[in-house]
Design a protein around this ligand. Structure first.
Ligand code: SN0
Length: 316
């Protein structure tokens, strides 16, 4: 593996899962692999789990992590080409990426979408420019359209908790006061489809995701019907893809409640976090024994560590 930006960078998902479980059992098995290697974790946006789990994963492999909140602490970065830089942007992404590539053996980048221009966001300018101009392997720490380390951790978690070979996994839209990216649901859909689960996506009309991420999933507009017999409920809000970046609905009848969970096959509740309590999910559900949100968060270390290990093995 050279870059990691989506499930398409994974040659063999079963093998990757095996390696993740090996690392979870014995996190320091490869503690010398990253000796004298540097990973730069670059954040254009906020983070809790991604930042901490990536640092921990890097340290478990013997790597030195440098964490840089570029928007708060760095020069303002210009990402457009051919512009006269006479405004507030000090440094071009071409030099910034090139410089970081001289310091780091691996670069992790988090850059959310602007949610204004769909074509621009879905062309993944930031992550692509880092790949092109840094000369280093690039790991997505959530890009405009995907959050692959989260989705990989989600699949690890489903594998740990599933009671049947092919569980029914339901991705449910839920209300939120802010316009959020489609990255987490896009990415979750493509990973759980690749894992071979029965995948159902439920959301109000107008919240259809880009169909290139959901091919192989069933779209069910009736949330109650979608929940019937589910083994896993994955709650998440996203803004509209069709009416790009817009909030079309804040209907709290979509909030994941104990009553809705009763329709399922004693399903586990999942969410990538951070989660807005009593908007996305009621206190009762997230505080119930069926909630596995902390297990998911714990597995972020092993999804990151597995990916960093694959990239390190490919460096030499
Ligand atoms: C991000 C998202 O993509 O939905 C990151 C999730 C890992 N979530 C948010 O930005 C939540 C913001 C909020 O105010 O609740």
């Amino acid at each position: 593996m050279r870059h990691f930006t989506s499930v398409h960078d994974v040659q063999d998902l079963n093998q990757l899962l095996k390696e993740a479980f090996e690392l979870k059992k014995d996190p320091f098995k490869y503690e010398h692999l990253g000796k004298h290697k540097t990973i730069c974790l670059l954040f254009f946006n906020s983070s809790l789990r991604t930042r901490l789990s990536s640092q921990k994963a890097a340290k478990n492999l013997g790597m030195e992590p440098i964490v840089f909140n570029i928007n708060d602490e760095g020069w303002k970065i210009e990402t457009e080409f051919g512009v006269v830089m006479d405004g507030d942007k000090t440094e071009h992404i071409k030099e910034a990426a090139g410089v970081i590539g001289r310091y780091a053996d691996i670069i992790g980048v988090r850059a959310f979408p602007g949610l204004k221009d769909r074509t621009y966001d879905y062309s993944e300018p930031i992550i692509k420019q880092f790949i092109q101009y840094s000369g280093a392997p690039v790991v997505s720490l959530e890009s405009a359209t995907r959050h692959p380390l989260q989705s990989f951790a989600d699949v690890i978690t489903i594998e740990e908790f599933k009671k049947k070979e092919r569980p029914k996994v339901v991705l449910s839209w839920a209300p939120h006061p802010k316009a959020l990216p489609q990255s987490v649901p896009n990415s979750f859909a493509e990973w759980v489809i690749a894992a071979g689960y029965e995948v159902v996506i439920t959301h109000p009309k107008g919240y259809e995701l880009d169909p290139s991420f959901t091919k192989g999933a069933t779209i069910e507009y009736d949330q109650n019907k979608a929940f019937e017999g589910a083994d896993f409920i994955y709650g998440k809000n996203w803004s509209s893809y069709a009416d790009y970046g817009k909030i079309l609905n804040t209907d709290r009848s979509w909030t994941i409640s104990a009553e809705k969970m009763k329709l399922t096959n004693d399903a586990k509740f999942m969410h990538c976090l951070p989660v807005r309590r009593n908007m996305i999910v009621t206190d009762e559900v997230i505080d119930s024994p069926n909630s596995i949100v902390l297990d998911e968060a714990e597995n972020r270390t092993y999804s990151a560590q597995t990916v960093f290990k694959k990239i390190l093995e490919n460096l030499k």
